[in-house]
Write a protein that binds this ligand. Structure first.
Ligand code: PHE
Length: 446
């Protein structure tokens, strides 16, 4: 059977950038930037993207394209040793846990899109908007129903395969996402408080930078590029053998970071204009913004555009998560795409229930002091993604053989890979050391 793959470079970039761009850019990035001192945080985050994220992404593409299989299969094939496949298993578990809490937030997003269409925020006081968010998330059934709607839409795209499902859909959704972003940006930058918001994003205040902020920036770099989560290995396996992977990685990272920054330029001018604290936290997108839209001329339309943007961004990410899981089930257990999707979404449909109930009846059910939702979030960003990435770079950097790596990156010698020594040095030393420092810091050694 011929392996499926991306038909065009544009489609491949759109799909991978679509995976990268998601709630992480539009929901998480602005609020952690708000807390981490604005520009100072952004500088650190960008350094991590350039020096760590890009090399990790390229490493996953190398494993996937060389292995020509799903995350577990590629690892097994390349290492010819079942112990290494632990790396593959770990990242598949990681992506399943991420998917389980991500789909809950995706559900809230769809719910808020519906609310904005029905103009629910109109004439509500800031307090009422806050209460609306907590009642929305703490109900028993409706958030699960919305999460299932999100899961259904995701499955609907993935069922059509790589070229006709994922690639085609990404080629439509990514330009749409960009257009929606530009509309919001034009509105935000013409608000009276725009200057202050822009200054916050551009003037670094290094006094807010603590060890914790640095760790958050690193975690964000992994999360935003969908690293250590099977996704980029799987997408890598669909990349054409003639494609230049090095430049694709640069483009994907550039698009991803631009969208995060643009999200900042949309949100902070609005927050400063309406006197809202940018360090608001996770409620920024669901509480602060509806408040702002409510006070703004044309806010009804801008609310719809914003939640549509968030929906589109989340969808291209959930598509990549489902595909990573489906590819493993298909190729490891030899099932059809439809059967694999049925199994994949059933697992996520079950796991997302306790994640959603963490905001309601299971609020007090704690595992090591955290709710189920927080556990999924913390385990994956603090351990799953960094450990997965560590295993990948370690394998490619030290065990796979320098010549094999160079051969893959240069398309068997057809491309010059001047960046190779730098890349090898990064994955051999910089990335492992950086990840070890994080762990030691977390364990309280420093
Ligand atoms: N990168 C996505 C975002 O920023 C999240 C994601 C993580 C997607 C892991 C796939 C795998 O929202």
């Amino acid at each position: 059977m011929k392996r499926e793959g991306f038909a065009s470079r544009l489609g491949m970039i759109a799909a991978a950038a679509g995976s990268a761009i998601g709630l992480g850019n539009i929901w998480r990035f602005p609020y952690i930037t708000g807390k981490g001192g604005g520009a100072a945080f952004i500088v650190i985050y960008l350094i991590f993207i350039v020096f760590i994220g890009m090399s990790c992404l390229l490493t996953e593409f190398v494993i996937g394209r060389r292995g020509q299989s799903d995350a577990i299969g590629s690892f097994l094939k390349l290492s010819r040793n079942k112990y290494w496949s632990v790396g593959g298993w770990l990242c598949v578990i990681t992506v399943s846990l991420i998917f389980s809490f991500y789909i809950v937030v995706f559900g809230w997003t769809i719910n808020y899109l519906v609310k904005s269409i029905f103009n629910i925020f109109a004439d509500k006081t800031p307090q009422e908007i806050g209460i609306l968010f907590s009642t929305t998330t703490s109900s028993v059934f409706s958030p699960i129903v919305y999460a299932y709607i999100g899961l259904g839409i995701t499955a609907f795209v993935v069922v059509d395969g790589i070229e006709h499902g994922i690639e085609k859909c990404s080629k439509i959704l990514m330009p749409l996402l960009f257009a929606l972003m530009v509309i919001l940006l034009l509105r935000s930058l013409t608000l009276p408080g725009a200057g202050k918001g822009i200054a916050f994003l551009l003037k670094p205040d290094f006094s807010k930078v603590t060890t914790e902020v640095i760790l958050i920036a690193l975690g964000q770099a992994f999360f935003t590029l969908s690293l250590g989560a099977a996704v980029m290995i799987t997408y890598g396996s669909y990349i054409n053998k003639k494609e230049r992977m090095g430049s694709a990685v640069v483009q994907i990272c550039f698009i991803n970071c631009s969208i995060s920054l643009l999200a900042g330029f949309v949100i902070f001018p609005a927050a400063f204009t309406f006197g809202i604290n940018p360090g608001e936290g996770p409620g920024l997108a669901f509480v602060t913004l509806p408040n702002i839209f409510q006070q703004m001329t044309g806010g009804y339309y801008f609310a719809i555009i914003f939640f549509l943007l968030l929906t589109v961004a989340s969808l291209t990410s959930t598509i990549s998560m489902l595909e990573a899981i489906v590819a493993c089930i298909r190729e490891q257990i030899m099932l059809t795409r439809k059967q694999a999707i049925a199994i994949g979404i059933t697992i996520v449909a079950i796991l997302c229930i306790p994640c959603s109930l963490s905001f309601g009846p299971m609020n007090n059910t704690k595992i090591f002091g955290h709710t189920f939702f927080d556990i999924c979030n913390l385990i994956t960003s603090n351990y799953g993604m960094p450990i997965g990435s560590l295993i990948f770079v370690f394998f490619v950097g030290w065990f796979f053989g320098k010549d094999n790596v160079k051969d893959e990156l240069s398309n068997s010698g057809k491309l010059p890979v001047r960046y190779f020594p730098y890349y090898l040095f990064t994955i051999r030393f910089i990335v492992p050391i950086a990840i070890l420092i994080i762990f030691l810091t977390k364990l309280g050694v420093f």
